[in-house]
Design a protein around this ligand. Sequence first.
Ligand code: NAD
Length: 283
Amino acid sequence: MALIIDGRKISAQIKEECKEQVAAYQARGIEICLAVVQVGSDPASSVYVNNKKKACAYVGIRSLSYELDETVTEEELLQLVDRLNNDPAVNGILVQLPLPAHIDENKIIRAISPMKDVDGFHPYNVGALSIGLKGFVSCTPAGVIQLLKRSGIEIAGKNCVVIGRSNIVGKPMSMLLLRENGTVTVTHSRTKDLQEITSKADILIAALGKPKFITKEYVKEGAVVIDVGIHRNAENKLCGDVDFEDVKEKVSAITPVPGGVGVMTIAMLMCNCVASVEINERA
Ligand code: NAD
């Protein structure tokens, strides 16, 4: 019987720990503040932004909300980022992605001070991760590591296969697994014979963005399967990149969707906000 890794329980534990750390800072007169910037009113982005603000309120982090019109220029957004970079009361800055097509996302990411980049997307933080320096780490892959560790799953020496090489999930995921001494293989859309590679994985991370793509043929007996994918099917129900029902009898542990990786992202954002107090000091 596979262990169903409970992301809800683990993310709740992490938020409680953050709440205690925030209270300890407050007792020393330090308030943590996250600036959340949203451009336009894409419903999915609004849900994410609201959930982030709710989590901040829960752990005791002040959130500042900037809701900009869809027509805001790149220059105006850069000016806001610059203001927030230079505001000593702001510890973290989060610009909700995606941005409208007339704004260069990479330019905005690079404009955020690396010391306030709680999403961990700035090239400085990506570089810091790859050479083992402290910095902000992308929240979703950081959440995967917590799910593994807090479920007692050893990473060191394990054959880890990551499916997907995006900047926000696949690449940082592979760097984090490497940091934990896993033996890491990164696969992607041009990989030849994916099944041959994934079926040797002790730990398989699916982040390819294809609903229920990973069936039992892709998975080794007794493997740990972490499903990063999130999709809504025709009946408006959530599912992942893994065919959970097909795979679950073959594995030793698996994350469900919903209730697995998805809920970890915001918890890890809260951790990054707590960490920002110390990281800001390095600016
Ligand atoms: P992406 O589209 O940017 O990247 C997908 C990656 O998968 C690419 O590198 C591509 O090469 C690879 N890929 C695509 N088809 C493949 C195939 N057939 N075989 C092997 N590799 C293949 O997606 P992303 O932003 O990395 O997100 C991946 C999934 O994770 C999506 O379902 C997304 O919704 C989800 N996601 C979840 C969270 C969360 O909080 N849980 C956060 C970010 C993304």
